[in-house]
Design a protein around this ligand. Structure first.
Ligand code: URA
Length: 251
């Protein structure tokens, strides 16, 4: 059937983490230094407000409850630097879930995912497969902006991953589209280059459910490499994801 691929047969089983709580205190401390200037070392708070408990995350029964439980999070060094916590947004029972890397400047200012230039392109990409943004759900690996828009460290991603996994449990999407290398690595456990693996179905198990994952390019990469080939590749990936989601809905 045209562009439809066979996700669950073709995908190799990824290594899957099963815990839903954020890894607390997962931030590596720098080695002691002999420099005379004192170095401020980030130490996560130990109270339940700055560092949401496992029970608060697992016990949230709706996205709103989850957001309330985690929006004050200071579990990693990104927390104190944020302007706004970017939880994610969209249809709470969306069939298609897009997962990006983390908020940039515009997202940090507005508290919403993908609202800058990359977001404009993501909206167009979603439109090209016949959907509106609000018919999908859009989230990120980390909820707070990394300084200078750098890639979040694995410790930062690990501190936030339980939140994303609980979001996925609550949304129960038919398909997850990972945007760029970071969500593919941190959520799915696949570290191969995105140019190599885009368009190839992967899978992740969340809350005991196996979910097909379609890796594609990050919209910011598409903006930098605005060629017909790259745009066509993304369109094909999204079309395959939508076709699978439609099929899963009918099943
Ligand atoms: N890039 C991302 O990965 N996420 C956003 O929300 C915005 C830009």
């Amino acid at each position: 059937m045209g562009l439809v691929r066979e996700p669950l047969q073709a995908a190799p089983a990824p290594a899957v983490a099963t815990e839903t709580a954020p890894a607390r205190h997962a931030v590596a401390r720098p080695a002691p230094t002999t420099a005379s200037r004192p170095i401020a070392v980030y130490a996560p708070p130990t109270d339940a407000i700055g560092c949401p408990t496992t029970e608060a995350v697992a016990g949230a029964t709706s996205l709103q409850e989850l957001q309330l439980a985690i929006q004050g999070c200071l579990a990693c060094p990104l927390g104190p630097g944020r302007l706004k916590f970017v939880f994610g947004e969209g249809d709470p029972s969306a069939r298609l879930l897009f997962v990006g890397e983390g908020p940039g400047r515009d997202e940090d200012l507005q508290g919403r995912p993908f609202v800058g230039k990359a977001g404009e392109l993501l909206d167009k990409m979603i439109g090209a497969i016949g959907l509106r943004r609000d018919q999908t759900y859009i989230a990120n690996v980390v909820k707070c902006r990394p300084p200078d828009n750098r890639t979040p460290t694995s410790e930062e991603a690990a501190a936030c991953l339980g939140y994303l996994r609980r979001q996925i449990e609550l949304i129960r999407p038919a398909v997850i589209v990972t945007l760029g290398a970071t969500p593919l690595r941190e959520l799915v456990g696949v570290s191969e280059g995105i140019t190599r693996v885009r368009g190839q179905w992967k899978r992740v198990v969340v809350g005991g459910r196996e979910i097909p994952v379609m890796p594609t390019f990050h919209p910011a990469y598409v903006l930098r490499q605005y060629t017909q080939d790259v745009r066509r590749a993304v369109w094909e990936d999204l079309k395959a994801a939508k076709e699978w989601a439609d099929k899963a809905e009918g099943a």
